[in-house]
Ligand binder design. Structure first.
Ligand code: HEC
Ligand code: HEC
Length: 231
């Protein structure tokens, strides 16, 4: 009987049972979200993914030679960089992200990334999403197409000269950086802000110019919100 009292309000048995089942479903979802992590870690190791991807931080590369020796982008901050849902979709159907082959400035990216089956993609995604960086603060920057961000991206800093974007159904922009055409599906705006403002943490050796100290904090947040809204 005492269990049927919530905050001193007497409730019917039916409502009580309904509440219990909602609670049960919520608990199930919560544990299920983490359930794939150990399986995903095992699949990551078995799939030799680590031969091309770094999964523990901090950034290991110190020289251009170190960067050129890398065969794929680092994933040690994947859980802070990517949006939930994106990794699972991408691992099952890996469409090229970078127009050019990794570390190349001339060779086209021919695709052909290892593909994972449904369950494996989901487990590996859960594992990668558990890899967070404390340097990405949860600021809650919201993806937003804002005029200041757009002007900064297109004109002031020519981000567009190195990154592809989609306007009116057409893909335009430079080839040297990863495509940002689907950034709204892929990237967490808080990570974009952290990446732009503290490049040494995420990319100590890089081809992209350093903008920290050039773009002020407010403009940087607007730019992160804008990039995060690209589709
Ligand atoms: C031979 C090297 C190689 C192997 C093995 C490999 N990858 Fe990759 N991976 C790459 C390259 C290169 C890219 C960049 C692809 C692109 O931009 O289109 C990439 C991209 C990724 C990305 C997106 C990262 C980003 O920043 O854009 C994820 C996630 C990923 N790989 C996971 C995996 C997993 C999981 C495995 C094991 C099943 C794996 N990779 C095996 C080379 C590799
Ligand atoms: C000279 C070419 C160049 C310019 C200009 C440039 N970028 Fe980049 N960007 C790159 C390259 C190359 C990378 C891949 C990492 C690296 O090597 O630095 C990158 C990576 C990124 C990433 C990470 C994407 C991912 O999926 O990993 C973001 C976000 C980004 N740039 C945003 C910007 C913004 C915003 C601007 C303008 C303020 C800008 N870039 C200007 C070349 C450029």
């Amino acid at each position: 009987m005492i269990l049927h009292m919530i905050s001193g309000v007497k409730i019917s048995r039916a409502v009580y049972l309904a509440a219990l089942s909602v609670l049960g479903a919520a608990l199930f979802v919560a544990t299920d979200a983490q359930a794939g992590v150990p399986e995903g870690k095992r699949a990551f190791e078995a799939g030799k993914c680590a031969s091309c991807h770094q999964v523990s931080g901090p950034a290991a590369e110190k020289t251009i030679k170190d960067q050129l020796a890398k065969k794929g982008p680092e994933l040690w901050y994947a859980g802070s960089k990517f949006k939930a849902g994106f990794l699972e979709r991408w691992l099952a159907d890996p469409e090229p992200i970078r127009p050019l082959a990794y570390n190349s400035i001339t060779e086209r990216n021919r695709g052909g990334h290892p593909r994972l089956s449904g369950q494996e993609a989901s487990d590996v995604a859960a594992y990668l999403m558990s890899l967070k960086s404390a340097d990405v603060k949860p600021l809650g920057i919201r993806a937003l197409d804002n005029p200041r961000g757009r002007i900064a991206f297109v004109r002031r800093y020519s981000c567009y000269g190195c990154h592809q974007v989609r306007t009116r159904g057409k893909t335009v922009g430079g080839y040297s950086g990863p495509s940002l055409a689907d950034a709204s599906e892929r990237l967490n705006p808080d990570w974009i802000y952290a990446y732009l403002s503290r490049p040494a943490v995420f990319k100590p050796v890089k081809r992209m110019p350093v903008y920290s100290g050039i773009i002020n904090d407010e403009e940087m947040k607007g730019l992160a919100a804008y990039v995060g809204s690209l589709r």
